[in-house]
Every structure is written in C-alpha cells, then in structure tokens.
Design a protein around this ligand. Structure first.
Ligand code: Z3D
Length: 657
C-alpha cells in the first residue's frame, strides 16, 4: 500500500501544450487564464492554488500563489495571472484536502440543525492546533488563540466558540495541508511571454542590393535607408532583409538559378561567406557593419524594426570551411556535398554537420552569430529552413539567446510536413510561416484557419501569412492580375495579425520563370532588380489602408477571435472578427476575374443585433454605409472595383458570448 498516493487529483491543466512538455505563448501584459479539473474521493472540501514564477526569479525563489476558484459548471477550477515580464515563466497547481474548511462546513450544518456540537468543537480545536504547529509568526499565534477559544478555555460561552470556529478569516491562515503528504503538485508548465511585435506586425521583405536605380550599381545600406520613410508611411512594422553577408564565388549561381555565373553576377545572398568574412560580416558592396547599424537606427526612428535572415549554411568560400573543416560532412573522397531541401538543390552552399564531434563549439558559434547581430540592434530573426537543422539545436539556441535577450523574436521559415512545422513552434520559435501562400480557394482557407485556431495549436503557433516570398509566386497571382494581389493582400492582412509581403507584390509582379513554376522570372535572388515603386497599377493604397486598419482595430491584432461563416457562393469567403465589443465582418470575392454575389447570413441573435429593424453597417475599406436588415443580406463584389467588404457591424445590444 502506497500512502504517498495523491489524496487530491489534478488533471487536464490548461492551457498546456502536449501536457506541459512545451511552453505556451502569450504577449506581454495579457491575462493568462489557468484552469484544471481538481477533485478527490469522499466529501472533504479541496484547497487549491495556482503557483506562478516570473522569469526574473531564481530557481530557488518561492512561487507566487493565487487561489483557484471552483465553478460548479463545468466542474473546474480557475485562476488568472498577468504576464508582466518578458521571458520564460513557470506555473503549476497544487491542491490538498481542506481539513478545516470541511470541518467548518460540517459544523455549520449541525448548528443549523440545532445539534449539540460540544464534541465537534473539541475536534475543531485539535485541527487548529495541528495547523498552528505548521504555521509561523502571527498566523501561528492567531491559530493557537483560536484553538483555545474553540476548546472552551476560560469558560467561553458555546455561542462565542461556534462563531469563532466559523470565522472566515481563519481559513487563509491555513494555506497548507495539515500533513505534507496530503499535498498534490501538478507538473511544472512553461509560458513564453513575448512583446506584442511577436504576435502583431506587418512585414516587408526587401533586398538592399536592389535599392538602386541602375542594375549595374549595387544598392547600399544608405540607399536602403532612403526607402525606409516610404515603408513607414505604408504602415509596415518590420523590414526584413535576406542575408546581408559576403556571397561566395565558388559555384555561385547566375540569373534564373543557373548553375554557373558570369563575371559581374551577384549570386544568391543565401550563399553566405567569402574571403571578406562569414555570418558576422557585411557584404562590402552594401557597406560596413556601422552602415548597417545606421540603417537599423533609421528604421527604429521611423517606428520600424529590422529583421535579419539567419541561414545556417556556408558557401564553399566561407571562412568556417577552412577554419573548422570538422563542422562539415566529408564524403569518402574528402569532398563536401552541397545542401539540399528536396526537391530543391542548393549547389552553391554546404550544410553544417550539427552532430559532428565538435558540435558544442559549432552550436556556440551559431549562437554567437545571433548575439553579434543583437549587439548591432537586431531583435528579429527570420530563420532559414530551420527544419533541416536539429530540433535539439533550436531548443537550446533559442532558449539560450532569449534568456539573455527576452525581446528577441524568431520566425521559422519551414515549409515541410505539418508535424515538423509544429515542432519548431513548440520548441520556441515565436512565429512561423504557413501554407497560406498555397491556400487560395474557400475550402482551403477554411481548413487552414480551422487548423490554426483549433485546440492547442493556437497556444504555441503564431502564423505569419506571407502573401508571396522570393521563392513562392503562386499560380493564382500569376494568372489573376491586379485583383488577385488585392485579394491575397486583404486575406493575409485580416486573417492573421502577422503578415508580410515581399518586394514587388505591391507592383503586382506576376511573371514566373516558366509555366508551372513558382519562381519569379529574373528572380532577385540571383540578380539586382530595379523598380519604380510608384509604377501605375500598384496597390499601395490598399496596403496603407489595411495597415492603418490593423493598428486601429484590436480585432485585427488578435488571431483566435475569428469565425468562418457559411455563404452559399463557393467564390466568396466570409469571416467575422471581434474584440472589445467591436464586431467586424469580412466578405471577400476570391474570384479575381468575375463579379460574385451571394447572401450573407449575419448571426444576428449571437451578435445581439435587431432581427426585425434595419441596422447600418460601415465598410472600413471604402467608407460606404449600407442599411441591412435581419440575418440574410445581399452582397455583390466586382473585383474590377472592389474585392471585399470589411464591415463594421453596429455595437451589440447585448453582451456577446
Ligand atoms: C531560399 C534559399 C536560395 C536560392 C537557391 C540557392 C540558395 C543558396 C534556401 C537556401 C532556403 C530558403 C530561402 N527557403 O531562397 O535558396 O533559391 O537557388 O541555392 O544560395 O539560396 O538558403 O528562402
């Protein structure tokens, strides 16, 4: 017989990811609502509390305790704390039989029934004495005094003894079990608290070398700085640069991914490392590290942040290849095989061998690259193909860096099987790319959003919806014309609080290298591209407006407050977003070529809207107002004019669930 078996059962603690194996994520300043099923056999009451430790506390420091409150329906216990410090928090729950509380409630019943409780009071006194033995200071003295009264010291009248016994202020003095073995402690859960930028931001990706008006003149950080006011004016929060390091010459790729380059070809920036240096050096044609710092400073002054690419791979000319040959995979003939991400071949780079014998120094060197750029003012990293490096490496590296710099944000660029993408997010990536780029039809979008919002995923996976990337120009954009770009922009910016576009999207660039390919023609990955950022047909107005609306409306800053609504037309996608009493209804024509019409079914009962009398809805995109009535209302969207309505519904006449 095992007397250490728990007296109280604690189950199903929420929120949690994989029963606590991985941390949940929240944004600074938000409330964390914790709940659990807590119960025991028999009739005793239960005492339960949430224990919380903020990141600034040492492992030995004591926990902050918050009492849990029981709710009969749904038979669970609840408590809330506010995440007020960046970094990794811990929380757990403990519970024990509430011996004195149980006795109190029993006494109350007997007194109400007019029973003689003299013996019970002696028992109560014994309980208080036991509690006093475990208590300290003032609590101990009060418990001793109360025990004396209950026990009938100095002939206290029975009525007074009963009143003292039932005194509610006695319970908080006994915030521990009467015997230690009766305490049940759940496992320790973790919480990552990030700043809001980790969960809400508009990204713009650009190649600094293309910030020039002549393809023969390599753009510099100074040129790129001149672009910043425009990006700030369009409302972007993050400017993300592909790798800014020296580019290898051996096996350098030429335009359109050709395997050979001619003199003057600039090569892929992901082919990191040359004579001029590796991951902590800056491409000499872009400028110096000091110039980069000035670029970061300028962005910050304009209210934006700079995100850098973190691509752990080396061109054959990277200094590490000569200095640390042991960090690479050698084939039997001594050569090194190039990197791959099947079916893609990266003939211009070597992968690193993360499990080599010298792995500790390799892992630390990779970590130190991040610390170097953090010292230059970078706080956001877009991590290239993280799924081709060990999970164990990321779990260690991210925790190590964020313990020093809890304001650092990591975006995982993994396009791979779902479980692997989820695993990276669980291991600590603060945001993740998704399949959004490939989800263009209504059922695909519905399925994507359902996946992201369902169950535990929303606890740890923050999607960053890129509408395009230098690697992905979807067929929908290739064939849909300007309206397709407007539709995809609107979807990205409203479905997800984090979204991004890559340069050229605003100009509706849509030419693929060949039919059936998602690669851009004359891709900027291999050559300098000069553009007129105000070229006719651009969608800058859409971008500016959407970024403004995103900042203004809390509903668009949060992910999970989204519900896809049914509409009959398969080309129309409709969803509602809400926050703080505000209710938005987004209706999008997914067909870039033809007008589409449908009836939209407004959940009037749920939203507390009048079912009989008319109400006015306002389109935040156009400023137009419409008078609607009841549930079913007609909508027609002609993509030549507008691709969507983003309607603000009138305030609810009663509370919304
Ligand atoms: C992607 C990167 C580019 C080119 C390749 C080139 C390679 C190395 C890739 C490798 C990872 C990531 C980037 N998905 O653009 O590929 O497309 O042709 O071989 O220079 O860089 O880093 O987005």
């Amino acid at each position: 017989m095992d007397s250490s078996l728990p007296r109280v059962v604690i189950e199903d603690v929420r929120p949690a990811v994989d029963a606590g194996r991985y941390p949940i994520k929240r944004v600074l300043g938000t409330a964390v609502h914790v709940s659990a099923a807590i119960f025991k056999d028999g009739h005793d009451l239960i005492a339960a509390r949430l224990l919380v430790k903020s990141p600034d506390k040492s492992a030995a420091a004591s926990w902050d305790a918050i009492p849990l409150q029981y709710r009969f329906d749904p038979d669970r216990w609840y408590a809330t704390f506010t995440a007020q410090t960046l970094g990794r928090w811990q929380y757990t729950i403990e519970a024990w039989p509430d011996a004195y509380g149980s006795w109190q409630s029993d006494l109350r019943k007997r007194v109400a029934a007019g029973q003689d409780v003299a013996t019970e009071l002696i028992e109560g006194a014994a309980l208080l004495e036991r509690a006093a033995r475990r208590a300290r200071g003032a609590a101990k003295r009060q418990l001793v005094a109360a025990a004396a009264v209950l026990g009938g010291a100095s002939d206290t009248p029975i009525q007074e003894r009963i009143e003292r016994a039932l005194d509610a202020s006695l319970l908080p003095l006994i915030d521990f079990p009467l015997e230690e073995a009766a305490r049940t402690r759940a496992e320790v859960f973790e919480l990552i608290v990030d700043r809001e930028a980790a969960a809400f931001s508009a990204w713009y990706e650009m190649f600094p070398r293309s910030q020039t008006d002549d393809p023969a003149r390599h753009g510099t950080f100074a040129d790129a700085s001149e672009r910043l006011p425009d990006l700030a004016e369009l409302g972007f929060d993050v400017v993300y640069l592909p790798p800014i390091h020296p580019i290898g010459r051996t096996h350098r790729k030429g335009p359109n991914n050709s395997r050979s380059s001619r003199p003057g070809d600039v090569g892929s920036p992901w082919a990191i490392g040359a004579d001029e240096g590796g991951h902590t050096a800056v491409h000499p044609d872009l400028g110096s590290v000091t110039d980069f710092e000035a670029f970061v400073k300028r962005a910050n002054e304009l209210g934006m942040e700079v995100a850098l690419d973190f691509a752990l791979q080396c061109s054959p000319d990277h200094p590490w290849v000569a200095e640390h040959p042991e960090w690479f995979f050698r084939r039997p003939d001594g050569s090194i095989h190039y990197a791959e991400n099947p079916p893609k071949k990266y003939e211009d780079i070597y992968p690193l061998n993360f499990w080599c014998e010298d792995r500790v120094s390799l892992w630390e060197a990779c970590r130190d690259v991040l610390l170097f750029w953090i010292d230059c003012g970078v706080k956001i990293f877009r991590v290239d193909n993280p799924h081709t490096k060990p999970f164990a490496f990321w779990e260690w590296c991210l925790a190590d860096v964020q313990a020093r710099h809890p304001d650092t944000v990591f975006l995982a660029e993994a396009f791979t099987r779902p479980n692997r993408m989820k695993a990276l997010a669980k291991l600590g990536f603060n945001q993740s790319y998704t399949y959004f780029t490939w989800k263009n039809s209504k059922w695909e979008l519905r399925e994507l959003m359902t996946d992201l919002l369902a169950g535990e995923m929303a606890e740890y996976y923050r999607p960053n919806f890129f509408a395009n990337t230098p690697d992905i120009l979807h067929e929908y954009l290739q064939s849909g014309g300007r309206s397709a770009f407007r539709i995809r922009l609107l979807l990205a910016a409203t479905l997800s609080p984090i979204y991004g576009i890559y340069s050229g999207f605003e100009l509706c660039e849509s030419t693929a290298v060949h039919e059936g390919s998602e690669e851009y023609q004359d891709s900027e990955k291999y050559q300098i591209r000069v553009r007129d950022w105000h070229a006719p047909g651009n969608i800058r107005d859409d971008i500016r407006l959407l970024n403004q609306l995103r900042r203004k409306h809390l509903a668009l800053r949060q992910l999970i407050n989204l519900e896809v609504l049914h509409v009959a037309n398969e080309n129309v996608f409709c969803f509602r977003k809400w926050a703080d009493g505000e209710e938005l209804l987004c209706i999008v024509n997914l067909d870039p070529h033809r007008p589409q019409e449908t009836m939209v079914s407004v959940p009037v009962e749920k939203l507390g809207l009048p079912a009989e009398t008319p109400y006015v809805v306002e389109d935040l995109l156009s400023g137009d107002r419409y008078t609607w009535q009841g549930r079913d209302n007609y909508v027609r969207l002609d993509p030549a004019a507008r691709v969507a309505h983003l309607l603000r519904l009138p305030a609810a006449t009663r509370a919304v669930a």
